[in-house]
Design a protein around this ligand. Structure first.
Ligand SMILES: Cc1ncc(COP(=O)(O)O)c(C=O)c1O
Length: 376
């Protein structure tokens, strides 16, 4: 298999899997149990939380273990809406969010009478700060922005956006960091945010494992009623073995981060140069402020699913959209938002790269793309 769909998910690192298995055998007791095994598991969970908190430079109580970023996003958006609805019912997000954010905002709008501003994007798939400033109101209680767009890899101007929001409102700030965490350089502690969501399976960790960062002074109402686990923010028996390998997952992802970035960027630039030869191709990933891990392009005259199936026959895995919506036979919401062009939005192809991608795999991909393009 020639895998180029790392933004959808990554293969789990075998050391992480081995550690997870070991922890399952050793620390399976319920962390809420009063016996020694339960107390030991609880201590291990606390240590795991401290390890993760120290990677992010935050307090232990600010780390909530979840089942992934979909849960984190839902919990943050619905939980803040509940906690702050008496202060205001206006919220802001963007037109290019992952469905776990976008659809949760739609839900607030449809079922809870919230007014939602969906910020448009420019041709580089980036929000405009003037649109954000114009949207902020005294009754705005939450703003959610994705750090790196999962379909085209554009980096949003989050530092400037945060400054604007802080200067003009009391809104909480939530960043979806799924595609940026350990992939592009930034210091978590430099970002003055209330909430963040992070997923482990995008960084060679376990599926069904994620994080929610909550600054301690930020109000939130739980969605899962039950026990008082995770500081009362998320009920349910802790997945101690999975949570115990989150620190190791992050540590491995942070190893040689610059070297990995440079390797992937070399491949990114090669793919870009290759694609630029064809006048029927439009590259959707911006040239500046981009994540090298994603290259998205549209092929005029071809439907993206046809490219996907042809490459699949050659054993190559790519995607046309984000995996959450890939099966829906609709134009890409993200490509449409940035281009306003139906044709471009139905012919998008996403190649997502990894530090694991070899020259051999990459050449094989280019040969196969060449073959497809020669028939146009
Ligand atoms: C930007 C973004 N947010 C959220 C998610 C959802 O993450 P998870 O699969 O951990 O629920 C994804 C995964 O595709 C994503 O790319």
């Amino acid at each position: 298999m020639f895998y180029f769909d790392y933004s959808a998910t990554t293969p789990v690192n075998s050391d992480i899997l081995a550690a997870f298995e070991k922890m399952n055998h050793q620390f399976y007791a319920n962390v809420g149990s009063m016996h020694t095994a339960g107390v030991t598991a609880n201590d291990q969970l606390a240590q795991a939380r401290t390890e993760v908190a120290s990677f992010l430079g935050v307090q232990d109580e600010e780390i909530i273990f979840t089942s992934g970023a979909t849960e984190s996003n839902n919990l943050i958006i619905q939980g803040v809406a509940d906690a702050r609805k008496k202060e205001g019912k206006h919220v802001i997000t963007t037109m290019i969010e992952h469905s776990s954010v976008y659809d949760t905002y739609r839900y607030l709008e449809e079922y809870h009478n919230f007014e939602v501003t969906y910020l448009p994007v420019d041709e580089n798939c980036r929000i405009r700060l003037e649109d954000l400033q114009a949207a902020l109101r005294p009754e705005t209680i939450l703003v959610s922005i994705m750090h790196v767009n999962s379909e085209v890899g554009s980096i949003q101007p989050v530092e400037e956006a945060i400054q604007l929001i802080r200067a003009h409102s009391d809104a909480y700030i939530h960043l979806d960091m799924v595609q940026s965490f350990t992939k592009i350089p930034y210091a978590f502690t430099d970002l003055d945010i209330n909430f963040a969501s992070i997923s482990m399976h995008k960084i060679y960790g376990l599926k069904g494992s994620g994080l929610l960062y909550r600054r301690l002074d930020s109000k939130i109402v739980r969605r899962m009623f039950g026990g008082m686990q995770e500081f009362g923010v998320r009920g349910g028996t802790a997945n101690t073995p999975a949570n115990m390998v989150v620190g190791k997952t992050i540590a491995l992802a942070l190893e040689n981060i610059e070297k990995k970035h440079a390797h992937v960027d070399t491949l990114h630039q090669r793919l870009r140069q290759f694609l630029e030869q064809y006048d029927f191709i439009t590259i959707n990933t911006p040239k500046e402020s981009y994540s090298p891990y994603i290259v998205n392009f549209s092929v005029s005259g071809l439907n993206s699913d046809d490219i996907l199936y042809t490459l699949d026959q050659a054993g190559i895995c790519i995607s046309t959209k984000s995996a959450d919506v890939a099966k829906a036979k609709l134009p890409s919401r993200i490509l449409y938002a940035m281009s306003r062009c139906e044709q471009r939005a139905t012919s998008g192809v996403r190649i997502s790269l990894s530090h694991l991608t070899t020259e051999f795999e990459f050449d094989y991909l280019l040969d196969n793309l060449k073959m497809i393009f020669s028939q146009i």
